[in-house]
Design a protein around this ligand. Structure first.
Ligand code: PHE
Length: 507
């Protein structure tokens, strides 16, 4: 026969003597009493033991009960006082008897009620007389109290007390009766028999399986207890990517600031990416070193008139004092398709009116889109990243407008200490780079580039008011708001999944 380990331990311990109590068995098996109880009931259900229950009552003196053990019961004290005053032959005034019994207010009521009940004497018209045959010194209630006080832990004291006396003491509030159920385990014949034939401990099983159920083996195995304090695997539910959350917030902020969103191709004609921006065709950024060229047909649609104006700007500049680059300009190169290295291509498409933007000033447009650069990966550079592009077209814009816009924008992300550094772009004058302080390293990191478009850009586009514009790095903004120290933690093949799971994004 096989039995779960704990049942076997209880069965063996119970076989030693008759009527082992659960507590005895618990001590012996080194199991918790509740575990022993459970095992005992299982053994009983299997017919191997019988479990008998005995209810025992224990009584403890209350504080008042203890006081009367010291001072005697109030009715006894009243009897003795009256006897001393000679109330055996004649009655004594009640007041005198109470006075010499030294009873307080509460005790007087108790003394009088019990005095008559116990037949110690009688009270009539304020006169108290006692029964000379009464035996207050042998009062069973007093004796029971004394017995309980003498050895309150001995079971005998409680069992020898008469039930009526015990109930009376309890109702007088002099003792407290506590009921306790004790279970004792005795082996049945089947139990003795099983042990003699030999019982083996069943194996412990961690989980119920279909096989255990089908074979009926579940009856014989022991199931491991649940360890409710064991470490549980962390449940990491889906969440929005830090960068997506940042991008969404950026869009909300810019829309809140009155901007409309732009969209356009990731792979675009160099014309939109560079030529419109008065970027000379021999600019280093336009060589294969910095640019992802695409081997596709140069079919980009470019409005003919715009193409001519941009070419003229490159060759001769704009306006009477203008000056061009005086270097070759190739339409073929302008029509080549490349992955955009910035989203300023979108700004050009929109500012040209070609992408359907409204061009009556004032206008504000933005995009939060991916750009591609043939850079070297490092803690602040990725080959693909997101740019927060934007422009404002209005009369008489100044550097203050530009700075004010950035301050308002970054304040929405809790960044209030951006710095500006004069910069050079072929397409803006003046130009500024933006810097923010990294919350963890304290380093100043570049977070954007901006400026006011030059006439060489705006004139060919047919715009004759000011346009201020910028490209801000979304990942750098996320580095400042989340404290990420390496841009590669944020996205790409080296992303830090733990960081992405736990990064706090408060917007
Ligand atoms: N295109 C620039 C960059 O990628 C940003 C910029 C946009 C600067 C518009 C000025 C005006 O760094």
């Amino acid at each position: 026969m096989r039995l779960p380990k704990r049942q076997l331990a209880v069965l063996e311990a119970a076989s030693a003597t008759d009527k082992r109590t659960i507590d005895d068995l618990a001590t012996e098996t080194d199991l918790k009493p509740e575990t022993v109880t459970g095992a005992a009931f299982d053994l009983r259900d299997a017919g191997l033991v019988s479990v008998t229950e005995t209810t025992t009552e224990t009584a403890d003196l209350t504080a008042e009960g203890r006081q009367y053990v010291e001072e005697a019961l109030p009715e006894v004290r009243l009897y003795r006082a009256a006897r001393e005053r000679g109330a055996t032959d004649d009655s004594v005034p009640m007041g005198q008897a109470i006075g010499s019994a030294d009873l307080d207010g509460h005790e007087v009521d108790i003394a009088l009620a019990n005095f008559s009940r116990k037949g110690f004497g009688s009270i009539d018209a304020g006169e108290l007389s006692i029964d000379p045959d009464a035996e207050p010194d042998a009062d069973p209630e007093a004796a029971a109290l004394a017995a309980l006080a003498g050895d309150r832990d001995a079971d005998d004291d409680r069992t020898t007390i008469d039930d009526d006396v015990r109930d009376r003491l309890a109702s007088r509030g002099l003792i407290e009766v506590i009921e306790r159920t004790t279970r004792a385990v005795t082996l049945t014949d089947a139990g003795v028999d099983a042990l003699m034939k030999g019982v083996e401990a069943a194996e412990t099983v961690g989980a119920l399986t279909p096989e255990l159920l089908a074979s009926g083996e579940w009856r014989d195995v022991e199931f491991a207890e649940y360890d409710v304090e064991a470490d549980a695997p962390t449940v990491t539910g889906g969440r929005k990517h830090v960068l997506r959350a940042t991008a969404d917030r950026v869009k909300d902020v810019l829309v809140g600031m009155g901007f409309k969103e732009m969209e356009g191709p990731h792979a675009d004609a160099d014309f939109w990416i560079n030529d419109c921006l008065f970027m000379p065709q021999d600019h280093p950024a336009r060589t294969h070193w910095d640019r992802f060229g695409l081997d596709v047909d140069p079919m980009a649609e470019i409005p003919e008139a715009l193409l001519e104006r941009v070419e003229a700007a490159h060759r001769e500049g704009v306006g009477p004092d203008g000056d061009g680059y005086h270097s070759p300009w190739s339409e073929t190169f302008a029509r080549e398709i490349a992955l955009r290295g910035h989203t300023t291509s979108l700004s050009m498409r929109y500012l040209s009116g070609y992408a359907g933007a409204e061009l009556e000033p004032p206008q504000r447009y933005f995009s939060v889109e991916k750009v591609y650069r043939n850079d070297t990966l490092d803690p602040t550079h990725l080959l693909e990243f997101f740019q927060i592009e934007g422009w404002v077209m209005a009369e008489d814009l100044s550097v203050r407008d530009l700075m004010g816009t950035f301050e308002e924008f970054y304040r929405q992300f809790g960044i209030t200490d951006i710095r500006f550094k004069p910069h050079y772009n072929p397409y803006t004058e003046p130009s500024f780079e933006l810097f923010g302080e990294h919350p963890e390293t304290g380093e100043e990191i570049e977070i954007g580039n901006s400026g006011v478009f030059r006439e060489e850009v705006t004139k060919p586009l047919g715009i004759d008011c000011d346009v201020m514009a910028w490209g801000l790095a979304l990942e750098r903004l996320a580095m400042l708001t989340t404290g990420a120290e390496d841009i590669r933690d944020l996205h790409g093949t080296l992303a830090d999944i733990e960081f992405l799971r736990n990064a706090e994004v408060s917007y």
